[in-house]
Design a protein around this ligand. Structure first.
Ligand code: KMH
Ligand code: ZN
Length: 304
């Protein structure tokens, strides 16, 4: 009997882009982040992409002590692959962003493959009431926000984390980022198989037209051949449509409240698990199979 293709679902549980006033369902406290991660894993996510927040204000933090407040519970409750962000918040310097991945030596860490303008201010049209001052500033200040990922930043993360046998979710927000990744491969800074996370629909990065996705796919195929696993993240309303196109194009998918607060137009997602269940239905409806955490480890050759 022919075997159907296995698909890795990554769930990005809370991130650093959305703010607590935007949705009551955004996980903020260590308990909420742990429960949301476990719910997502139970629903079928084999990789958990994790950020931390200050429990009082919801402000993103890369303080390893805050990660230490939820990581043990997550690890005790699931065998899903732990993926710790090195992106942190685009407002933070790279030294701060790297701290939790250096401390906890996860199987996977995110790695942002180039600098972009990061325009969050369009969200001000939609969300006007904020409980905390930082939330409005985070959006307003993004007129001048460069998410800085120089070659030196990338090299620093790669060399430091690779010493711990951590592998990378290589986040590519534009076509040039694929070429940066090819450079790192040629320079011996990263090993195959690569895990390429193509990000669509951030203002400052590539757009969210199906042609953009196909251009990204074709370029990655040309640069990496068989040596990569491809995953797709569509920001905001692009989340499920882009997941569907990615699945039809041979890709893996990322969902989660980091990337979209919604489950349908105008309807807030009540949990990360709800988005995982929805994408799982799409996967199974296409006669594909959801990869287990161990299958994801095999596909990405993780340390386990
Ligand atoms: N928030 C996403 C657009 C990271 O954590 O390294 C990108 C992200 C960055 O996930
Ligand atoms: Zn992230």
């Amino acid at each position: 009997m022919a075997r159907s293709r296995k698909v890795i679902i990554t769930c990005a549980v809370t991130g650093a882009i959305h703010t607590p006033s935007m949705s009551p369902y955004l996980p903020v406290t260590p308990e909420e982040i742990a429960d949301a991660a476990l719910g997502a894993a139970e629903a079928g996510a084999s990789i958990l992409h994790l950020h931390a927040r200050d429990p009082e204000t919801g402000r993103p933090t890369q303080d390893p002590d805050m990660f230490a407040r939820f990581l043990p519970k997550v690890k005790a409750g699931t065998d899903a692959v732990i993926n710790i962000t090195t992106g942190g918040s685009p407002h933070m310097p790279v030294e701060e962003r790297m701290r939790p991945a250096v401390e906890f030596k996860p199987e996977v860490a995110s790695l942002n493959m180039g600098s972009i303008n990061f325009g969050l201010f369009p969200m001000l049209e939609k969300f006007q009431q904020f409980e905390h001052d930082w939330e409005r500033q985070h959006l307003e200040n993004s007129w001048d926000l460069v998410f800085k990922n120089t070659f030196n930043d990338i090299r620093q993360i790669l060399t430091t984390c690779a010493e711990n046998n951590t592998r990378f979710e290589c986040e590519c927000y534009d076509i040039g980022h694929l070429y940066n990744l090819r450079y790192c491969l040629d320079a011996g800074l990263i090993k195959t198989p690569l895990f390429v996370q193509s990000v669509f629909g951030i203002l400052g990065g590539i757009g969210a037209h199906p042609e953009d996705l196909q251009h990204m796919r074709r370029t990655a195929d040309r640069l990496f051949g068989q040596d990569y696993q491809w995953s797709v993240l569509g920001a905001g309303r692009n989340q499920m449509p882009f997941a569907s196109i990615a699945l039809a194009s041979g890709g893996n998918v990322r969902v989660g409240l980091e990337d979209s607060l919604y489950i349908a137009p105008g309807q807030l997602a009540e949990s990360n698990a709800q988005q995982v269940r929805k994408v799982r239905q799409i996967i199974e409806g296409m006669s594909l199979e959801v990869a287990t955490p161990d299958e994801a480890r095999e596909m990405l050759q993780l340390k386990g």
